[in-house]
Design a protein around this ligand. Structure first.
Ligand SMILES: NC(=O)c1ccc[n+]([C@@H]2O[C@H](COP(=O)([O-])OP(=O)(O)OC[C@H]3O[C@@H](n4cnc5c(N)ncnc54)[C@H](OP(=O)(O)O)[C@@H]3O)[C@@H](O)[C@H]2O)c1
Length: 243
């Protein structure tokens, strides 16, 4: 039986991850592997052709479940979209404890490295395209976000290095760095910043709004799978408004 096309989404229960699954379903993919951390979505049956697998970014062994699934399936892995990410506590650097630095660095960056090392044969065999979610904060370098910004800068450096190292296998690696996205994570960030009037805050943003999850997810899926992006690797795209 010929191998069929598949994609793998990390952090697929998140706001951007979920929309990424929907965008992938509109492409010609027979099978999608999706990771959850705490619980799979309640309406699992709504996700046609999606296999949900538990993944804990801070546990090196956790990737074995995904590896076993890929070994059992006869799939051609076309895309890996990495949407895992946790925010900082929004304290200043002088007030942030070491545990927070280590947790963000491990979850936001090292887990990507561990994932790639463990799955490299499948990614190389499929000449898969890898898309990593960073953040526009790496451009802004705002105050009181040190561990998050530093973890995403580390993730970007890792992804750009990987793009050069893995090109010989036909693997492409690119980064999307969105500004604030309409999501529970954004609401959480605004509350940590002490912003209570959401409407007023939106007026301060370019175009008076955040990005939508669709704008981010569709960009990720297009970059990974659409023919017009096949030349492009080792690039970082800021989904932001420079106005
Ligand atoms: N939302 C924004 O405004 C925004 C802006 C710029 C960049 N980004 C980046 O875009 C990505 C997706 O953001 P989002 O808004 O979709 O975030 P989200 O809704 O909080 O989703 C994060 C995902 O990561 C998973 N996750 C968290 N900790 C994990 C761990 N230790 N092990 C395994 N999985 C873990 C979560 O699983 P559970 O749900 O099971 O915990 C969830 O699936 C992140 O990298 C984020 O930094 C977001």
């Amino acid at each position: 039986m010929p191998a069929y096309n598949s994609a793998l989404v990390f952090g697929a229960t998140g706001a951007i991850g979920k929309t990424t699954i929907e965008c992938l379903q509109s492409r010609n993919l027979k099978h999608i592997l999706a990771t959850y951390h705490h619980e799979p979505p309640v309406q699992v049956s709504e996700y046609k052709n999606v296999q949900w697998i538990q993944f804990e970014a801070n546990d090196l062994q956790s990737i074995q479940g995904i590896k076993s699934s890929l070994e059992q399936l006869n799939v051609h892995l076309r895309a890996v979209i990495f949407c895992i990410g946790i925010p900082s506590s929004k304290r200043s650097i002088a007030e942030t404890l070491q545990d927070e630095w280590l947790e963000l660095y491990t979850t936001n960056c090292v887990s990507f490295v561990n994932m790639y090392s463990a799955l490299k044969e499948f990614i190389r065999n499929g000449k898969a395209s890898v898309v990593v979610l960073s953040s526009d904060t790496t451009h802004k370098i705002g105050i009181c976000n040190g561990p998050y910004t530093a973890s995403k800068v580390a993730l970007e450096a890792t992804a750009l290095t990987l793009a050069k190292e893995e090109a010989k296998y036909g693997v492409r690696v690119n980064i999307l760095a969105p500004s604030l996205v309409d999501s529970p994570l954004a609401d959480h960030i605004l509350s940590l910043k002490g912003i209570t009037d959401r409407e007023e805050y939106m007026k301060t943003l370019p175009w008076g709004r955040t990005l939508t999850t669709f704008e981010v997810a569709e960009s990720a899926v297009s970059l990974a799978l659409d023919k017009n992006w096949e030349y492009v690797t080792g690039q970082m795209f800021r989904l932001a408004a420079g106005i």
